[in-house]
Structures are given as C-alpha cells and as structure tokens.
Write a protein that binds this ligand. Sequence first.
Ligand SMILES: [Cu+2]
Length: 145
Amino acid sequence: MMRWRLAMMLLCLTAAAARATAPLSVTGAWIRLLPGGLPAGGYFTLRNDGDHPVKLIGAKSPAYGSVMLHRSLQSQGESGMVGVDTLTVPAHGQIRFAPGGYHLMLMQPRAPLEVGGAVTVALEFDGGVTLEQIFVLRPASATGP
Ligand SMILES: [Cu+2]
C-alpha cells in the first residue's frame, strides 16, 4: 500500500505536465445540458487497468463553479439523488457514470454553454492525481455521447 502511494505521488509529479495518469482512462465523456439554469449531468466510463484499486474523490472544471459526485436513487417510486464522497474503481475494472446512476452534477456555468461545444473536467483521485478529460456538450434529449 505504501509503495502504491509513493508510486502515485511520483506519477503525479512526473505526469503533471503530460496530464497523463497511467492506468486510468476515460471514454464516452459527455454532459447533458438542461434549459433554464438547471444543473447539468456529466457521464463517462472510467477504467482502471492498474493492479490496485483507485479512489475517485472529486471533480472540477474551469467551466463550472461547482462540480459534485452524485448518485441517482429510486426508492418507493420516488427518485432523488445523493452526494457521493468517494468512489473506488477496482483494479482491472471500471465504473460507469450514466443517466439514472452515478453522475457529475455541474452547476454555476461561468459562461453560456452550447450544445456541440465541449468543456474540460478534471477528475481528482486519492493521492493527488488528476485526470483531465474533454466532455462534449449534448442536448437534454441525448442519451449518450
Ligand atoms: Cu445530481
């Protein structure tokens, strides 16, 4: 465990310029824009090809004042969502952020955003590692990237 932490720290230091995070990769990153100033949802698949689990602890974006990890829940016919503090991606596994489940909740856009555009989101991991990713902006009717 200690060795992994050290490796992560070294990775962070050496990869900061390249913005590469060796065993982690993101695919299918998109944001669903909603009208009327409603919060936008961010979706993606996060893959960990490393030999150790990795803990996602947050996200931020220069395009939004606030980005949070959320999970949609259904209970007794009512839907709602709760904040998620951390989410562990298993070794050689993946987690999926998708409508109806885990999502990024993006609020307070710093400038008007339009369908067809894209924004950068940085996923933050335990150990100080961040992974920057381009998210495409899709309309409210979209179900995928
Ligand atoms: Cu939410």
